[in-house]
Design a protein around this ligand. Structure first.
Ligand SMILES: [Ca+2]
Length: 307
């Protein structure tokens, strides 16, 4: 085992994705082998371009592979009202270096990266689960190389997309169903903990002064509509990275989770069976609560390590 935990990040940047990527790429404990993109917050060309822009900004050469342009069965639904039309507005990034972009698909790149790795790799999914589902369908034999899937998605309570559904799961419930029924180790940081992972104006001011990454993120925060700049911006996707690096900040329950795909009003809802009412074996470690003070201290320290 190497000292660093190898991960693949599947992402749809997205402003909170950009923050999560920065923390992961500069974390001493993580080795980001591959970044794959998926249609989500905005379309696939924008999210892929955004991933490349971030790597160029950080002068990193992590490979990027472009993934699914649409959900498995459903039409594209984006979140451009939250992240802006291009998904990452508010900062003048340098022209992206397209040399980081692989000429194979996200699914092929994930498969190759997993296959060639001696160690098992954790997949960190912070967008809709389309690519991960396609990987599991196309290459089921690769499951043995996946250590765990850590995902941001789902909701214990009410949703932010449908009444009971969270965006990442709701835009591609069929993909999420495949992932949750895969038998793989899964951990999830649902919407509910993201709602408490907040960045307040005084934190934003501190972040702005930290380093060039902080200055860039501050500019994105001014445009981000995930919460409000004054009452707290929600760092949903950073919760998945926080779970990898500092799980003790979460209260975790190992329970059965199903994804509703057919409900008349509830399609895309995660049925998180906290009381084992359904009598099914647990398939997911669900972060049911977060220590907000621990999160904030961790978050600011993690951003300080970015260049
Ligand atoms: Ca995301």
């Amino acid at each position: 085992m190497s000292a660093k935990r190898p991960i693949i990040i599947d992402t749809d940047p997205g402003i909170d994705d950009a923050v999560a990527l920065g923390i992961a790429l500069f974390a001493r404990e993580l080795d980001v082998k591959l970044i794959t993109t998926v249609s989500g917050n905005v379309g696939i060309e924008h999210v892929t371009n955004n991933a490349l822009k971030l790597l160029t900004f950080w002068t990193l050469s992590t490979p990027v592979a472009k993934g699914a342009a649409r959900p498995l069965l459903r039409e594209v639904r984006d979140a451009s009202e939250v992240h802006g039309v291009t998904g990452m507005e508010g900062y003048e990034f340098p022209e992206p270096n397209r040399g980081n972009l692989l000429n194979i698909t996200a699914v092929q790149a994930m498969y190759q990266t997993l296959k060639e790795s001696e160690e098992k790799i954790t997949i960190v999914a912070i967008g809709p689960l389309t690519n991960v589902a396609l990987l599991l369908r196309e290459y089921p034999e690769i499951k043995g190389k996946i250590a765990e899937i850590v995902l941001m998605g789902g909701a214990l309570g009410r949703g932010n997309f449908g009444v009971l559904s969270e965006f990442n799961i709701a835009v591609d419930p069929e993909a999420a169903k495949i992932v949750f029924e895969s038998g793989l180790a899964i951990a999830m940081t649902p919407l509910d903990v993201g709602l408490k992972a907040l960045v307040y104006p005084q934190d934003s001011e501190e972040i702005k002064q930290m380093n060039q990454t902080g200055d860039m993120m501050y500019s994105l925060f001014r445009k981000y509509r995930g919460g409000s700049f004054n009452t707290g911006l929600k760092m949903y996707d950073s919760c998945a990275i926080a779970y990898l690096l500092k799980p003790e900040m979460f209260t975790v329950q190992n329970v059965f989770v199903a994804v509703e795909t057919k409900g008349e009003y509830t399609s895309g809802a995660t049925v998180i069976d906290l009381k084992a009412s359904l009598g099914k074996a647990a398939n997911c470690k669900v972060c049911v609560d977060i220590d907000e003070e621990l999160f904030k201290a961790w978050f600011l320290a993690a951003l300080k390590r970015c260049h």
